[in-house]
Design a protein around this ligand. Structure first.
Ligand code: ADP
Length: 265
């Protein structure tokens, strides 16, 4: 399980694309659990890092995958020398200390994870630790945020409606061209004309539904390409390795994507 604990010293850069900051502020005040929906690379993690900084609170991010279990989140007994000691998991740590816990890609995790967070997502705001046989009340500042990629899990790993209804949800999409250009410039240092070309290329690929890509060009991929270009890699090569290669392994599709690159860049 990948786990990151962050205390930001300077504000992360986040460009609002809609009303998400206002919504977060009210959700936070009302201690409601929040679900960030949307494809990968649309700024969900950056947004939550930014909001954690704004609210001056620590953020623990857990990247969920199919092996992530409630034990991973709540904690476990470990053997230390001759003793058995209890070790809090990230959820318990956040609940006790009043941090934001961000469960990235929560639908990927094992079903017992959703069961474990239930009592934290309603008025009870408490965590039941079955291995200790005790319930703990969440710290006033504890907040639960999860992310979910509706397209990616198509068909198999959905979030149950009863789980979804426990969260306030904000939808993330690819930003409008002007905003996405601004993000590329800010994140990489490329100039406006290069940012415009990259965004145009991104949007062209996004509209090519006939390619049948599982995931399309995210802002993250465009930022990566922009960074490589800004640091001196040849433009088409940068686009090839940062945007096209990550999207597909099929020669025909890649050829179509390279043709498009030649036209635009
Ligand atoms: P997600 O969590 O949705 O997969 P990330 O938050 O990791 O996506 O975003 C990927 C990258 O895209 C970020 O590192 C950042 O460079 C860029 N990015 C996307 N959207 C924004 C935004 N609105 N403001 C600033 N950076 C953004």
């Amino acid at each position: 399980m990948e786990l990151v604990m962050k205390t930001m010293i300077t504000s992360p850069y986040y460009r609002a694309v809609g009303k998400e900051i206002e919504v977060f502020e009210q959700v936070f005040e009302n201690k409601l659990p929040l679900l960030l929906k949307g494809p990968t690379g649309t700024g969900k993690s950056r947004f939550i890092e930014f909001m954690a900084y704004q609210f001056d609170t620590k953020l623990i991010t857990v990247s969920c995958h199919e092996e992530t279990s409630s034990t991973d989140l709540i904690g476990r007994f470990i053997i230390k020398g001759a003793e058995t000691i209890w070790l809090d998991g990230p959820l318990t740590t956040a609940v006790k200390n009043g941090y934001i816990l961000y469960l990235d890609e929560v639908a990927e995790a094992r079903p017992d994870v959703v069961v474990a967070i239930h009592s934290l997502t309603d008025h009870r705001r408490e965590l039941y630790i079955d291995k200790l046989g005790e319930s703990i009340k969440a710290h006033d500042n504890f907040r639960l945020v999860a992310s979910f990629n509706p397209g990616y899990q198509r068909g198999f790993k959905e979030l149950k409606p009863s789980t979804r209804q426990r969260f306030v949800a904000i939808s993330f999409q690819y930003p409008e061209p002007e905003l996405e250009q601004e993000i590329l410039i800010q994140e990489s240092g490329v100039d406006l004309s290069m940012a415009k070309k990259l965004v145009m290329l991104g949007n062209k690929v996004r509209n090519l539904s006939e390619l049948g890509l599982a995931e399309t060009v995210s802002t993250r991929l465009l930022v990566d390409a922009a960074k490589l270009i800004h640091s001196g890699l040849a433009i088409r090569l940068a686009v090839k390795v940062a945007v096209m290669e990550p999207l597909s392994d099929e020669k025909q599709i890649l050829d179509a994507l390279y043709n498009l690159t030649d036209l635009i860049m």
